[in-house]
Every structure is written in C-alpha cells, then in structure tokens.
Write a protein of this length. Sequence first.
Length: 256
Amino acid sequence: MRNRAAQALNEHGFPTTRFENWKYTDTKRLLEHDYVLPGSQCIGLVNEDIEHLVIDDDASIVVFVNGRFTAQLSRIAFDVDGVEINSMAAVLNNNPEKIRPYLSKYVDVAENGFVALNTASLVDGLYLHIDEGVRIDAPLHVLYLTTASDDMLVLPRNLLLLDSNAKATVIEHFASLGNADIMIDAVSEIRLSHGAELEHFKLQQEGRRTSYIASDTVEQAGSTGYRSWIVSTGAELARQDLRVLLTGPDARCDLN
C-alpha cells in the first residue's frame, strides 16, 4: 500500500492550479517548502494546556499531538461493549489484518498527491470500530493538536467503521498551541454499513501560518445516514475535500 502510494506520488505529483478541481487552491508556496515529520509526540503537555480546547468536560476525548496519539491527555468516558477506539499506529503494529481490507480502499492515491503522501508516510490517527447494533449517544471528541514548531509535516490518517445499525457522533477538532509554519495533510476513510448513522463535525482552528489540507471519503450502504458539519476559522491555506459514495438504496447524507 505504501509503495503503491509512493509510486503514484512520483508519477502524478501534487495537484496545482492547472488541475480543474484545484484551480482555486494555490499550492505553489506550500510545495516549495521543505517540511519534515516530527520525531516524536510532545509528552510535556498536561491537561491544563488543552483545557481551553475541551468542548465538553464530561465527553470522551482522544488527543493526538503533532500527529501522534497521546494517552496521558486522552480519556474515554463511556464503557460500551462493541466499541474499539484505538490509534492507527497501535493497530498497524499489533493487528494490521484488522484494517487491511479497508485502509486505502475508499481513496484514490493516483487522483490526489496529498492523499498519496499521507498513505505513503502513514504514521498515526484514529481507528474507530463500532459493532453491529451498538449505538453511542455521547460524542467522541478527537483533538488533533499541533505545537509551535516550524517546518513540521503532520499526517493524521483516520479509519471509522460503523457496522450495521451502529450509531455515533464524532467531533474532529484541529487546533494549534502556537503560530508556526506547519503543514497538515489529513485523510479520513469512513464506512457505514447497512442502517448505520454517523453525525460528523469538523472544526479547524489552526494557526494563521498553518497550511491545512484534508480529504474525507464516506462509503454509505443502504439505509444509512451521514450528517456532516464543517467549520473552518483558521490556517493560512485551508482546503477540505469531502466525497460521499452512496452505494445502496435509501442512503441519505446531509452536508453542511
């Protein structure tokens, strides 16, 4: 998968304003910059450092700092059988067969160089799997936090799998603790099996020197419901692509 993505990136490169779908997104300065992956997670942060970003004190929160899962800042407030919340890095290291049928299934690395870069360099992100019939009423807050470190490349990769008649609310929240020249290249793949429902909020509050590019793909089977709200208030360059694939009858989506 990584090799195929790297090959696609080498052959097709990154999109520019010459691409029809990108003619209003100028990536020239972004592509001229030399970014590097962060070496490790920022372990010096404490809960007080992020309390102003917590949406609900009682909600479950999963925190990624500079693209890496940070256990000491995360908490799961609900205990429900049939729900797995994990980091992609942990799943890739311990049980890759679990995600192999789905990872990179819903995106085309040849179509988007930023998706190819994320796939070729896959590091970490959210893995959420909800079993058939399990319905979670409380929201899951996923905080992607960047620190003030220039020339950093952050590559969140998320996989959300809701089995038949499962239900969840996920809040993805991108924010910065400083103002640095950072590039965020985020990719999410979401699969909703028959009858599943997902309410999906995305809030982008990055620093004014950050470049933020995100690509989400949702595959909906029959009788599924997907509701999306996207709010972007930060970053120097911000682009959010959302593709929804309706593959069965009575699938419905509401995009805001």
